[in-house]
Design a protein around this ligand. Structure first.
Ligand code: ATP
Length: 307
């Protein structure tokens, strides 16, 4: 049950009201509106456009049924307008951190604030409107590419949809298809490659013109060439926004303004790639482990080639 509503919660982030009136989705919406899922307080104001920072103030969070907290007194200030990578060992809580910013979950202790305002005190709708999120797997629906992108912003004009696709660098490909923006995306998105699907998902995020862009392993499942190309696009799209990028692929984070390492429920290191590499702490260790694995994989490939 939680697993299902959790995944749907991610999708719901994008679904405009018109589509969410479908019975099945309405049922899911009811689940999401449960108090534990962070329903609005009566009379809650809208969130103003972010101008300073997103902060975690001594946040402790534990999933129901789990034995230990994922985040344990985490304090962190994320400055507006920066590209920030969240890295850390597997299971350290990178996705959880993003989910708390999205208010898909709420802290057991402490608070998450935007410009000093506890995000639990503002309307969820205004919070959603200020953010967009791209995941590793993004649900594309069995409808046209245009409609799939438009899910990011209810009532977006065709021009806005195309502009977003241009920014996501998928417009030219879409125009090469016989039916262009009216091309139907197969249920599992079979008409598009992995990289193209991700670009459509990015266009869907960008059409919202979010001030905060959250990327949760958004490029980790792609081959390295596609990943590098999409990361380049994302860095361009980050201008004028706050971009949080959770990933375990460290090659993606080298150019970020700041890298934050979380481990043991806390933020244990932060700095640029060069600073953290020189420091010789956990970031350096993660980096060395990953380089070693890459070399081993390359060696294995070479051996196969020799056969
Ligand atoms: P990875 O690098 O493997 O993606 P992560 O750093 O993003 O991991 P999270 O996905 O935030 O880590 O998970 C942190 C911990 O919480 C893990 O131990 C995970 O198993 C657990 N967890 C995550 N989601 C849930 C959930 N919905 N219910 C219970 N436990 C969960």
């Amino acid at each position: 049950f939680w697993e299902v509503s959790y995944n749907i919660a991610h999708v719901m982030h994008f679904i405009p009201v018109s589509i969410s009136s479908a019975a099945a989705v309405r049922h899911i919406q009811e689940l999401l509106d449960e108090p534990t899922r962070g329903a609005d307080r009566p009379g809650a104001p809208d969130l103003p456009r972010i101008s300073h920072d997103i902060s975690f103030e001594r946040v402790t969070f534990q999933y129901d049924g789990s034995e230990t907290p994922v985040l344990d007194g985490l304090s962190l200030k994320l400055d507006v307008g920066k590209t920030i990578a969240i890295v850390g060992p597997s299971g350290s809580g990178k996705s959880t951190l993003l989910n708390l910013i999205l208010r898909l979950y709420v802290p057991d202790e402490g608070r998450v604030t935007i410009d000093g305002v506890d995000i639990r005190k503002v309307t969820r709708e205004s919070l959603r409107q200020s953010m967009a999120v791209v995941f590793q797997e993004n649900m594309l629906f069995n409808m046209s590419i245009r409609e799939n992108i438009r899910l990011g912003k209810e009532g977006a004009t065709d021009k806005e949809v195309e502009e977003a696709a241009r920014k996501a660098e998928i417009h030219r490909y879409i125009m090469s298809l016989p039916q262009k923006y009216d091309t139907q995306v197969g249920e599992r998105g079979d008409t598009l490659s992995g990289g193209q699907r991700q670009r459509v998902a990015i266009a869907r995020a960008i059409v919202r013109d979010p001030s905060i862009l959250l990327l949760d392993e958004a490029t980790s499942a792609l081959d390295q060439t596609t990943e590098a190309a999409i990361n380049k696009t994302l860095m361009k799209l980050a201008r004028g926004r706050t971009m949080l990028f959770s990933t375990h692929r460290l090659t993606s984070v080298v150019d970020m303004d700041e890298i934050i390492v979380i481990s043991g429920g806390k933020a244990i290191e932060r700095g640029t790639h060069n600073e953290l590499s020189a420091k010789g702490g956990m970031y350096r260790q993660l980096w060395d482990d990953q380089s070693l694995k890459q070399h081993q994989a390359a060696d294995d490939d070479d051996e196969e080639d020799d056969d």
